[in-house]
Ligand binder design. Structure first.
Ligand code: ZN
Ligand code: ZN
Length: 338
């Protein structure tokens, strides 16, 4: 292509630093760049994107398609995953004789490897998440509800400096912990329950993602057993997440280890994490040629779920390094019995 029209706001943020909700950027082959946003954001844009020519338009994408056409671009790349049928129609009309070319994950692939600044922001999001976990342990008493714990986690993360939650927290007691993505209910905590907490803070745009499973006494043997299995598999997978490893191979390792002891994992092992909570690369059974490289953050989150009884997941936000995946979330992984 002669130019790329970037319309996904997360990709726009990555390329320009702009944090508003309506913007697009046109990057030409020779490096010439034009940014577009609307009147609500012009002041913000002058501070966040002071070095790029800014077009004022509500229809940011079509305005830049017209610019590309006027500049004589013959092949204009568009982000196929982020262009709706209706936007495509508008872009085609605005582009005139300029041909639209579908591109796939051009910016997303660049985003996978983080620089030192990004890793520091991600580490801060993880520090906040760890602090909230330490706070919540004292509040896991019989009678408190899943929704109360969800609220307390949110308050704690805000208190420790989160700008927002990275995603809706999963708080699951007892048999609800067997549901991988359970939504919190008014169910009260009871003695003998497993407690699965999957949550994270967002800090300066970067998302933490951590799961811990703790138990309220008395703790049954089966609860200790599945926790020990998940803890071991999670550690093996972190150690195997070396530069050069296939993203699918780490997922296979987890699946195989769990299969050896009679368990089937109903979800992928992990995902990239950064300006989005789920981003490339995906550690999953889907066919992929993606390889792990240095400075790529990924989650490692195996789980065992026994329907009607309970489940355990342990998840860390980690960074691939020469020594394996180094965890940025550092809360204790051993079974905490309260
Ligand atoms: Zn999670
Ligand atoms: Zn996750």
């Amino acid at each position: 292509v002669d130019a790329l029209l970037v319309t996904d706001v997360v990709n726009v943020r990555y390329l320009t630093g702009f944090t508003g909700s309506n913007a697009a950027v046109l990057v030409q082959r020779d490096g010439a760049t034009v940014f577009a946003t609307d009147g609500r954001y012009l002041t913000q844009a002058s501070e966040e994107v002071p070095d790029v020519e800014t077009v004022d338009s509500r229809a940011v994408a079509t305005a830049l398609a017209q610019r590309a056409s006027a500049a004589g671009v013959s092949r204009l790349g568009v982000e196929a995953a982020h262009v709706t049928l209706s936007l495509h129609r508008q872009l085609a009309a605005a582009a005139g004789s300029t041909r639209l070319v579908a591109t796939n994950a051009v910016v997303e692939r660049q985003r996978t490897v983080k620089d030192e600044t990004e890793l520091a922001l991600l580490a801060e999001a993880c520090r906040i998440t760890d602090a909230a976990f330490a706070d919540i342990l004292g509040q896991l008493v019989p009678g408190t509800t899943e929704r109360e714990v969800e609220w307390n986690l949110a308050t704690s993360m805000r208190h420790h400096g989160a700008e927002a939650l990275a995603f809706d927290s999963i708080v699951a007691f007892g048999s609800n912990s067997a549901i991988p993505h359970h939504q919190p209910t008014p169910r009260p905590l009871e003695r003998g329950d497993l407690v699965k907490l999957d949550f994270g803070a967002r800090y300066a745009g970067y998302h933490a993602d951590m799961t811990r499973t703790v138990a309220l006494r008395p703790v049954a043997d089966w609860q200790r057993e599945i926790h020990a299995v998940v803890e071991t598999v999670q550690r093996e997978c972190r150690e195997a997440a070396l530069p050069g490893a296939g993203a699918g191979d780490i997922d296979s390792l987890a699946r195989q280890r769990l299969h050896e002891v009679g368990h089937v994992m109903p979800h992928g092992l992990g995902h990239g994490v950064g300006l989005e909570v789920h981003e490339l690369p995906f550690l999953s059974p889907e066919p992929t040629t993606a390889m792990l490289v240095d400075r790529v953050p990924v989650t490692v989150e195996p789980g065992v779920y026994l329907p009607g009884r309970g489940g355990v997941r342990i998840e860390d936000t980690t960074v691939v390094t020469a020594g394996g995946a180094e965890s940025l979330t550092r809360s204790p992984r051993g079974l905490i019995e309260l």
